[in-house]
Design a protein. Structure first.
Length: 164
């Protein structure tokens, strides 16, 4: 039997995603239809790049956490990340203040936060979060760290600790 937790999105994440969609529409509508051929080509390229970023962020955005008997599964829109329970050495609740982390490489705000981040308190970690509330840091025996979030982080931590 497995336990599941959804990864909630913050209002900021939802608004940022909607804003991104509006920007793509504005670039397409305002510039493409009222421009000469050189500007149209530039608009095609810009819209294609923005759409590629959008689709990539959507594909890697985290959806839910599933705790199975031997692994924690981070389910994304496309694919999943499997963390073997035998490799997890620490699970703890962390607070990330607004602006308290540095994005090394990844997406911040579009469908959530996915990628490599850094804070002084935690060091470098890979984030699969929908917001910065309810964040949990998972440390592997290899030293790799993963940040996830759930609406019920205390239940998640207690259940995961009981399995490792």
């Amino acid at each position: 039997m497995s336990s599941q937790w959804t990864i909630p999105r913050s209002k900021t994440t939802v608004l940022f995603t909607i804003g991104y969609i509006i920007v793509i529409g504005l670039v397409w509508g305002l510039f493409f239809h009222n421009a000469d051929n050189n500007v149209r080509l530039l608009c095609y390229i810009l819209v294609a790049a923005l759409a590629l970023i959008f689709l990539t962020a959507f594909m890697f955005s985290p959806r839910r956490l599933v705790l199975e008997k031997d692994a924690l599964i981070i389910e994304r829109t496309v694919g999943s990340r499997r963390l073997p329970l035998e490799d997890i050495v620490e699970v703890r609740r962390v607070y990330i203040p607004p602006g308290g982390n540095v994005r090394i490489c990844g997406v911040g705000g579009l469908f959530g936060n996915v990628g490599w981040y850094y804070t002084r308190a935690t060091g470098r970690y890979f984030a699969y979060t929908g917001s910065t509330s309810g964040t949990v840091l998972i440390t592997m025996d290899s030293g790799r760290k993963y940040m996830v979030n759930t609406a019920d982080s205390e239940s998640f931590i207690i259940t995961l600790r009981s399995k490792i």
